[in-house]
Every structure is written in structure tokens, then in C-alpha cells.
Ligand binder design. Structure first.
Ligand code: SF4
Length: 242
């Protein structure tokens, strides 16, 4: 249930932009609590089953607000990621809402086999960007695991602000966290996490496009592509929840 008019943010925009400035000095739990209190079930956490979501799911649960959780199921996620999906639902007592594009069979029929190899931008558009648009279209605010040190294209990500590209508010509570802070939090709270992180995958996406590697270097390795197109507002070149 939406708490604000998604099509007309104007009445609350000035007030929320003032809040955004003060949230920059706030903690991750401050940002999550603000979004939960202000938007409730009109907000949803985009879960890409990476270590950042282990932290964010815990912070949302601790907040007590009815923030929703969704995931983009591309159909080609790792088995370990699907297992983490179940583990997160069990540990946090939540339902992670799946959003999907067309079937892999339909994609192959319309665009040829292995579109992730022939045109990964088109594949991400079908399997990630379109389902994300559908998910965000139901929301007033979304929460992401974006951190500024993940890549140069994310270096200016605000903790909270208006997402012009997607026409809703966007929060990145871990924007100023380091990798070490994320792992320390997971250890301190004994949180579940995707086991692929223990086998050399720092950033985890689809099976066809993810190799082991530091930071985001294992994503679309060998291709001139660094983002899925899910976080265009953060990118210097135009154009992830992963
Ligand atoms: S990451 Fe690869 S397989 Fe996944 S949607 Fe993008 S191009 Fe397709």
C-alpha cells in the first residue's frame, strides 16, 4: 500500500529533500528507520542476495517497519543464490517478492540463443531493467545496497534522494560503508550470506556474466559493460541492483 502519491511527489518533495541533506550524516539504521517510518509498505528493499542485503535485511527487521523486499529473478542466477533466497526468507521471516522478465525460451525465440553473449545490454534490459520498472512502479521509495566504493560510477551515490530516472525516492543506507564494515556487521550479528562470497566472488550476478573477482571486476569480464542499467542516477556514463 502506497503512502504517498507516486505520480505526484511535489507536495512532499521540498520536505524530503531537506531530510535527505540531514540523512547524509546519519547512520545506516537512521536511513532505514526514516524510510520505514515515512513510507512503510510503500518502500521495498531491492535484494540481490549479496552481502550488503544480509546487512540491510537485518536493519529492516530491526526497524520494525513493514518495508517490503523484492528481487529480480533473471532465471539464470546461481544455485547458491537461489539457496540464499530461501535462507533469507527463513532467517528473517519474510517473503521476497520475485519480479521476472519474459521466459528464457521466449527470449531465445525472439532474440536468438545466448543473448547475454550477443547483446548483454539487451539481455539486462529484458531480464533486469523491465522487471525493475514493474517493481518500482508499485512503490514510493526503494532501498538498495549501493556503496560508493564499489565502483567509480557509484562514488556519488547519496544516502537518500529523488531517483529521477525511476520517479521515486531511493535510499542507499550503506553508501559510505566499506567492504570490511559490511563483513564485520555480518560477523557481529551472525547473519546468513551468499556462500559464493567465500569462493572468490566479490560481486554476484547472473551465471553467464559473473566471474570470481574483486569488487565488480568479475561482472561482464572482458566486455565494455560495468552496470546492468538499474542505477543510472549513480553512473557517470549513463547507465545496477547488482
Ligand atoms: S547479467 Fe547477463 S544474463 Fe543477467 S540479465 Fe544481464 S546480460 Fe542477461
Amino acid at each position: 500500500m502506497s503512502t504517498t502519491d507516486h505520480t505526484d511527489p511535489t507536495p512532499n518533495r521540498a520536505e524530503l529533500e531537506a531530510q535527505a541533506a540531514s540523512l547524509e550524516s546519519g547512520s545506516a539504521s537512521d536511513v532505514v528507520a526514516f524510510v520505514g517510518e515515512r513510507f512503510g509498505a510503500g518502500a521495498s528493499l531491492a535484494c540481490s542476495f549479496q552481502k550488503e542485503e544480509s546487512v540491510l535485511l537485518h536493519l529492516v527487521a530491526q526497524s520494525g517497519y513493514p518495508v517490503r523486499v523484492f528481487a529480480l529473478d533473471t532465471g539464470v542466477l546461481f544455485d547458491e543464490t537461489y539457496a540464499t533466497w530461501k535462507l533469507f526468507e527463513e532467517r528473517f521471516g519474510i517473503k521476497i517478492e520475485p519480479y521476472r522478465g519474459i521466459s528464457l525460451e521466449q527470449q531465445a525465440a525472439e532474440h536468438g540463443e545466448a543473448l547475454w553473449s550477443t547483446d548483454p545490454t539487451a539481455c539486462c534490459g529484458i531480464r533486469k531493467v523491465a522487471p525493475l520498472k514493474a517493481a518500482l512502479g508499485e512503490l514510493d521509495a526503494w532501498i538498495t545496497g549501493v556503496r560508493r566504493d564499489q565502483s567509480p560510477t557509484r562514488a556519488n551515490a547519496p544516502k537518500f534522494g529523488w531517483d529521477e530516472a525511476n520517479n521515486l525516492w531511493k535510499a542507499s543506507p550503506l553508501a559510505d560503508w566499506s567492504d570490511k564494515q559490511v563483513w564485520d556487521y555480518i560477523a557481529a550479528h551472525d547473519l546468513p550470506y551468499n556462500p559464493l562470497h567465500d569462493t572468490g566472488y566479490s560481486s554476484i550476478g547472473c551465471t553467464h556474466c559473473t566471474n570470481p573477482g574483486e569488487g565488480r571486476e568479475g561482472r561482464w569480464a572482458g566486455a565494455d559493460k560495468t552496470e546492468c542499467g538499474l542505477h543510472p542516477g549513480e553512473t557517470a556514463t549513463g547507465g545496477a541492483i547488482t
